[in-house]
Design a protein around this ligand. Structure first.
Ligand code: GLC
Length: 438
């Protein structure tokens, strides 16, 4: 997702009022104008416990800022001030923004959201408050076990689940009768559709030197039976044959099969998504937020023409989706522990998760919400693809993940640019061994 959220814009006053009503907030007409809303909040600020909440910027039909408004209007004891970071596609910048704030240990922000891949680092650095004493076994049991496990570091719960994300294949169901199951089938179908003049681009994905390249890498490599690290977290497999073949395929989509334009090398999520919703692309690898945009007449020329399926795999391999998603954390240095935990629990509650799912397209991390009739109506593809969400493959779990990612980003970016795949991955292996090896 990028800053370019013109297609959603700021909701009109009536829309906001309806939204707050849907969210269970009685507006009494007072909340119609955002300016009045602001004054109302400031007026009561002195009587409330003020806490800050830093999060990457998410958007769909609604924004995170509006969700914070819902909380602020739902009670009169706590006032949350929202500190907006860049969108999750600018992962390195969001990470930097959080590290700079948390490393000061001055209690700000009180509550934050973190990419699933930073949980180990923030816990290891002592920046994330252990939450075990605030979460009963029953409460913990109400989340998907895989997401809850990803919220733990060395046995302690240091994050609370927000949403689960995974890579998936968007395809034009008006152009193909069924989605390709193998990468080879995708190449064949994409080539035919471009040749027939049905689309300009066969396959859109993200090869920008950014975090998303590692997500795509995990999917290509795992779907060929390979991996980045072994189960011990120390043995490096990125230069093994399965990984080399997979990265070679990434390069080949551009230079050999020509189903992906050279531009994919500078595309992250949104630049890869816009030509698809513009009707120019047959197949797109992306996250779940894209579905609502496809179905939005104001932003998409492919309404009702899009299917979503598990990503293809190589001959003899299995489909793999990279596990994504952001989770909640409380700053270990917060001076407002009770208020922070209360806000955290509201954020992760079933009602709020449902709102994030229907309004922002973020898949719930609670099975009860995931399986609900409301979600089935608003985001039908999520329930159809439940195995993809819950069976996603994690990126390496280590407090040094950021270093691992930057080293891989540089190597894989080089490989998909100059095609010297084996050399680039050999170099990556040496660098990774230096970072995670014993
Ligand atoms: C999505 C995922 C996140 C990932 C990011 C990369 O936001 O949820 O886990 O790191 O994309 O761009």
């Amino acid at each position: 997702m990028t800053d370019n959220d013109d297609h959603v814009g700021k909701p009109a006053a009536v829309g906001r009022r309806q939204f707050l009503k849907v969210a269970g907030i009685t507006t009494g007409g007072v909340l119609a104008a955002p300016a009045i809303l602001k004054l109302a909040s400031v007026a009561s600020a002195a009587d409330r416990t003020n806490i800050t909440f830093a999060s990457a910027k998410f958007f769909g039909k609604r924004t995170v800022a509006e969700m914070v408004d819902v909380f602020n209007q739902s009670q009169s004891r706590i006032l949350v001030r929202y500190d907006e970071l860049p969108p999750p596609s600018a992962s390195t910048e969001v990470h930097q923004g959080l590290v700079q704030r948390l490393a000061k240990k001055d209690g700000s922000p009180d509550v934050f959201t973190q990419d699933v891949v930073w949980i180990a680092e923030f816990a290891g650095a002592g920046w994330a408050l252990p939450l075990d004493e605030y979460v009963t076994a029953d409460e913990a049991g109400a989340y998907f076990p895989g997401v809850l496990a990803a919220c733990k570091w060395q046995g302690k719960l240091t994050a609370l689940p927000w949403y689960v994300d995974s890579g998936m294949l968007y395809y034009r169901k008006d152009l193909v009768s069924s989605p390709p199951e193998t990468w080879e089938q995708l190449v064949a179908a994409a080539t035919d559709l471009v040749k027939a003049g049905k689309v300009k681009i066969g396959f859109s994905w993200q090869a920008k030197q950014a975090e998303v390249l590692i997500c795509d890498l995990v999917e290509f490599v795992t779907s060929n039976g390979g991996s980045i690290l072994g189960d011990d977290g120390k043995t490096v497999h990125i230069a093994d044959d399965a990984a080399v073949e997979a990265v070679q395929f990434m390069y080949d989509t551009i230079e050999k099969y020509k189903i992906s334009p050279p531009d994919v090398r500078s595309w992250d999520e949104e630049p890869s998504r816009t030509p698809f919703t513009g009707g120019d692309v047959a197949f797109l690898r992306n996250w779940s937020y894209v579905y609502s945009i496809c179905q939005d007449k104001a932003a998409s020329s492919v309404v009702d023409k899009v299917g979503v399926a598990p990503l293809p795999h190589f001959e003899g391999g299995k489909s793999a989706a990279c596990l994504g998603g952001y989770q909640y954390g409380v700053n270990a240095s917060t001076k407002n522990r009770d208020a922070s935990v209360e806000f955290l629990k509201w954020l992760s509650s079933p009602e709020t998760q449902l709102l994030f799912a229907t309004e922002l397209g973020l898949a719930p991390s609670r099975p009860a919400v995931f399986d609900s009739a409301e979600l089935g109506k608003a985001q039908p593809f999520m329930q159809t693809l439940k195995p993809v969400f819950v069976g996603a493959t994690a990126r390496p779990v280590t407090p040094k993940y950021s270093q691992v990612s930057l080293a891989l980003q540089s190597a894989v970016s080089k490989a998909v640019t100059n095609g010297n795949v084996a050399d680039a991955l050999k170099e990556a292996k040496t660098r990774l061994e230096g970072i995670v090896g014993t």
